[in-house]
Design a protein around this ligand. Structure first.
Ligand SMILES: Nc1nc2c(c(=O)[nH]1)N[C@H]1C(S)=C(S)[C@@H](COP(=O)(O)O)O[C@H]1N2
Ligand SMILES: [Mo]
Length: 247
């Protein structure tokens, strides 16, 4: 059912607002190009890489070692690396038992594996991609969500990205704190060692480099949502794709 979005060249911003999305080069092994940090230079390279920059401002199609159709995104120019020794995930906010998990502790919990299509709102799609991890609902139950809570906010150790879900969305069985993708431990470029995986929504909901889960009263729009994306990002039913009266 998502075929019409495959490589359709949809602009990144559904409402046509130009956004200078900065693409992470450092972790992609492009440091040798010598454009690690200077923002203007980086933007220049980005448009160069993107070719038709008005059509696909963030697409690095064909120029990155993108396994199986993925494009690698980061809104920061560098992201620290975390491993089994240094990684921590905290759960706090409106909960009875705030907690901090190590990677080993997350790995020791029951794991759920799902195989679905990954769908970015810009139009690229990766079919049948396995993700594996701990159901977010399990971590929320363990933390003991308090009366009056209505939402969950996610923060990332890149220091910039954020996301959010309503509590009902967060409790869905197809929302994971993912440790593995494509049957491998999540690599750094894909948001490892731990990222969020929200299977029924566009991939921008799946925050990479997940470090914090905070239970809150209300939804606070995430990074891209403050820049025009829908907070409720159901695939095929949001971001301007669900309001065409002729279809
Ligand atoms: N921390 C963080 N998470 C993020 C992003 C980001 O820039 N930073 N980009 C989002 C978007 S728009 C997409 S399409 C996917 C890309 O995931 P990938 O790099 O593993 O392909 O990550 C999402 N999660
Ligand atoms: Mo995306």
């Amino acid at each position: 059912m998502f075929d019409k979005y495959v490589n359709s060249g949809q602009p990144e911003e559904p409402r046509g607002k130009p956004i200078g999305r900065r693409v992470l080069l450092g972790t992609l092994g492009l440091g040798a190009l010598g454009v690690a940090t200077a923002p203007t230079l980086q933007r220049g390279l980005e448009s160069f890489l993107a070719g038709a920059s008005d059509k696909d401002p963030t697409g690095l199609t064909g120029l990155l070692p993108n396994g199986g159709g993925f494009r690698y995104y980061s809104v920061t120019s560098s992201v620290p690396r975390k491993n089994a020794d240094t990684y921590r995930l905290t759960i706090d906010g409106l909960v009875d038992h705030p907690a901090t998990y190590t990677l080993a502790e997350l790995r020791a919990l029951p794991q759920t594996r799902m195989v679905r299509d990954v769908q970015c709102v810009t139009g690229w799609r990766v079919p049948d991609t396995p993700f594996e991890g701990v159901r977010l609902s399990r971590l929320l139950d363990a933390a003991g969500v308090r009366e009056g809570a209505g939402a969950v906010r996610f923060t990332c150790f890149d220091g910039a990205y954020s996301e959010s879900l309503t509590l009902d969305q967060a409790r869905r069985a197809d929302v994971l704190v993912a440790l593995r993708m494509q049957d491998k431990d999540l690599g750094h470029a894909h948001g490892g060692p731990v990222r969020l995986y929200v299977a029924p929504m566009y991939f921008y909901k799946s925050a990479k480099w997940l470090s914090g889960i905070t239970v809150t009263k209300d939804v606070k729009p995430g990074y891209w949502e403050e820049r025009g994306y829908d907070v409720d990002a159901w695939v095929g039913r949001s971001n301007g794709r669900d309001d065409d009266p002729t279809t």
